[in-house]
Design a protein around this ligand. Structure first.
Ligand SMILES: Nc1ncnc2c1ncn2[C@@H]1O[C@H](COP(=O)(O)OP(=O)(O)OP(=O)(O)O)[C@@H](O)[C@H]1O
Ligand SMILES: [Mg+2]
Length: 362
């Protein structure tokens, strides 16, 4: 049975433009202001004996955004999450939550952070609704209607009365997300939330994530799945062996990998490259003799201008094709030469790496 998710969940915008949940059940601390840096790490480092799991990591996650924390297996994502939640003591560096250093008093984590770091434990013989009620009670109670609203938000209304043990993996994971929202956290941390789910289950989870940000929360999504991060996140940091190797908006990262392929007769490749290198918006031109193609570093929508410049010199392109690198291409490039475990993850889709080789960050 397909589960349908509510459209924009229960979001309303207050007079001050501050996004709040309908029937606001705001915790004592209230929601962060839009754009506020909810989580900051500075020089965050963790060593386990000889292994440096995380090294010098500076992160900043803001209210209203989904921040992607992307890296292959063993890159240090879960270790970082553990330090942010106060479960793992950093070797050095700092964590700041809601503008305050995370020190001996970890109560801010319980009050204002919701996290799924592994599939949460629920009572198998209780319904999804009763499981949430039990957790709500353990958390000191939540306002009336909260449980049902959260069940609706994660698309579980229809099955809310069914026993937890009869739920699919995807439903269990969605119940887990609902449970993290019971305390109306300003920061939600999801570590590999679609692990083990089939494509439909993954899609259901991914539909929920951006809504959490639209409600004004900051969302940190740790994942080794490129397309997950590409489709769900606003900004992304790519980590490898504990270090940040790339960061920026997903759009800007993808845009950086844009190029146009121009097919020309063999004899026209060199003169064609010469012509195109003279255009102001062309960053670089590589000649691929074997494919009889010029790879032109230029915005994807400027193909017609390339065509005009070539034709002006009596050179006629057989094909002009805009290409966009996916975040996956960038990720593959950045993790090139990594450990065997990492490479196994980066296994698929090696299509266009040659174009970008040599431009990788160290
Ligand atoms: N308690 C520990 N003791 C020793 N080494 C550890 C410990 N926890 C993590 N590590 C090591 O630290 C590194 C980072 O692990 P971490 O679990 O943070 O990676 P990850 O990015 O979450 O990977 P995955 O995508 O597989 O979840 C790995 O080399 C791991 O083996
Ligand atoms: Mg992990």
């Amino acid at each position: 049975m397909a589960t349908t998710l509510p459209d924009t969940a229960s979001v309303s915008t207050g007079l001050d433009g501050h996004v709040q949940p309908a029937g606001g059940f705001g915790g004592a601390d209230g929601r962060p202001t839009p754009g506020e840096a909810v989580l900051r790490t500075r020089g965050l480092t963790k060593r386990f004996g000889a292994i440096t799991a995380v090294e010098g990591l500076d992160l900043e996650v803001r209210a209203g955004e989904v921040f992607g924390f992307l890296g292959p297996n063993g890159a240090g994502k879960s270790t970082t999450v553990g330090m942010v939640l106060g479960l793992i003591a950093p070797t050095s560096g700092t964590v700041e939550l809601f503008g305050r250093p995370l020190g001996a008093d970890r109560s801010v984590v319980a009050r204002r952070v919701g996290a799924i770091i592994e599939t949460p434990a629920f009572y198998p013989y209780l319904s999804g609704r009763d499981n949430l009620r039990a957790l709500a009670m353990a958390a000191g109670g939540v306002p009336d209607g909260t449980v049902d609203r959260l069940l609706a938000q994660v698309g579980l209304t229809e099955r809310a009365g069914g026993k937890y043990k009869t739920y699919s993996l995807g439903m269990k994971q969605r119940l887990g997300i609902a449970s993290t929202l019971l305390t109306d956290p300003g920061l939600v941390i999801l570590d590999e939330p679609t692990n083990g789910l089939d494509p439909a289950g993954q899609r259901e989870i991914r539909a929920i994530i951006p809504r959490l940000a639209r409600e004004g929360r900051a969302v940190l999504l740790a994942s080794h799945l490129l397309n997950e991060v590409e489709h769900v996140c606003d900004r992304v940091v790519i980590v490898r062996r504990g270090r940040m190797v790339e960061s920026g908006s997903v759009a800007a990262l993808v845009r950086r990998g844009e190029h146009i392929e121009v097919g020309l007769a063999a004899a026209e490749l060199a003169p064609g490259a010469e012509v195109l290198r003279g255009l102001p918006f062309v960053e670089r031109v590589d000649i691929d003799e074997a494919a009889r193609t010029l790879r032109v570093g230029a915005p994807a929508e400027r193909g017609a201008e390339l065509n005009r410049a070539l034709a002006g010199q009596g050179l006629f392109a057989g094909t002009i094709a805009p290409r966009r690198s996916s975040l996956e291409d960038i990720f593959l490039e950045l993790t090139e030469g990594s450990t065997p475990g990492e490479q196994a993850i980066a296994g698929a889709g090696r299509g266009r790496r040659r174009w970008r080789r040599g431009r990788a960050a160290a």
